[in-house]
Design a protein around this ligand. Sequence first.
Ligand code: XUL
Length: 521
Amino acid sequence: MLFLGLDCSTQSLSAVIVDFKKRKPIYEKSVIFEKALPQYNTVSGTLRTSDPLVVHSPPLMWVEALDLLFDSMRSDGVDLSGILAVSGSAQQHGSVYCNDSLPSALAHLQVARHLKDQLQGTFSRKTSPIWMDSSTAAECREIRHAMGGVHSIIEATGSDALERFTGPQIRKFYKTEPQIYRQTASIALVSSFLASILAGKIAPIDWGDGSGMNLMDIRGKRWHPLALEATAPGLLEKLSALHPSSHVLGNVSGYFTGKYGLNPNALALTWTGDNPASLLGLGLIKEGIVGISTGTSFTYFGAMRECHVDRAGEGNLFVSPTGDYMPLSCFLNGALAIQKVRTMYGVDWPAFNRALETTSPGNHGGIMLPYFEPEITPKILHAKVQRSHLREEDAASNCRALVEAQMMSMRLHSRWMKFTPKLIYATGGVSNNPPILRIMADVHNSPVMRNAVQKSTALGAALVAAFGYFASKGQPMDWEELAAGFTDPIPSSRIDPDPASVAIYNRLIEQYAKLEADRND
Ligand code: XUL
């Protein structure tokens, strides 16, 4: 019994196939956008302009990547005919704008032609604003005001009006290009757009990714009329319906069966956001364990039964794929900031790790505020790196200062969740890097463990596919029973906090908090 999970992140499109009977992934593959699709001229999957606040991606690149990924699964000899259901996840908040030719183009995809040639005419906007875009401060203010202020919008949608969220981005588009906004027939999330291609028809938006829009009633799980009105006129007609993450859309499009040999009876499901999928892919179904994802952004999250929002407005509350809640804090200067420091000091990964191993916890008081890009948490609109008791030319200390800052910032800005982590599951980009996990364990004063599957988001999506499949056959499964065995951490990966280092960080974090509070933006 095979299930396929896809994940479209900022930098790549990945696939994980799980064998449900054996309870393990049997295949993983990624297409890296910058490498495999250089013709889109992206930097790590993103398009930049002279304004550092504006960050978009070309949606056609994601479309072309789908063909490349299925093509490489085929050339790897994967027998796609055994797959029973497909779901996926994608970077959250990004939006895709299409004209009224999309439904017919999706319904008539021809096997003999590439997806990109058949879908390129369907976009009303050639680029998609993504989660790294922070150019909508004015629109956030307007939406927040129209919804009755910061507390009202947080209570209504689970988050303050935030620059990267879809509603403020849609409002900016409506204000700057009203004509094209009017001509736009449908606005999708990256997740629902890609789900539409797999299903051959416009897909709903799931509750998990829908919570990252400032448009969904976080408790009622339906579009919030006041939020729609505060965002742009006629918006409801452009959005698809909201559904649970494991909603079955029908069978996969004939394009994928005819071209790549997917089974015509394979089910296509709704897709969700990468963070909600990751929650599941780490097995965080009940409250207790914290997940830290170390992708392009670093995120800190867990499962929560009650709907408990961050009244200070920094963190976000999403619906989890299980229907419970998921509090999350997102830090933009994650893996890309590490990449920047490595480039700046000319250190490869082994040298970066050596730098962490040869410097001491607390860095002799050397602290960095690591805003290489505008930051989401805390909100920093202008990129600026600040150092305290840290010489810029000291490469090794700067490597350590960066990772310590990332971990201390996470600890500080996740206090609202009221979780004291007893155990952290680390996943994503840099989580196979023990010196980074050592700092994570010591700063958070918690054991850290890793899973065997690096691609926990795509794994989560494959589990959503399995859940939807069994439910559709009238054999619904409990989420814990479903995830059991897939998400167990590797026992030998456990790193326990070192009490002496924990004591150092308990002091250093106060200095870090002060430096952050006193920063001059
Ligand atoms: C979460 C967020 C990021 C993206 C990255 O709110 O903005 O984690 O989902 O893909």
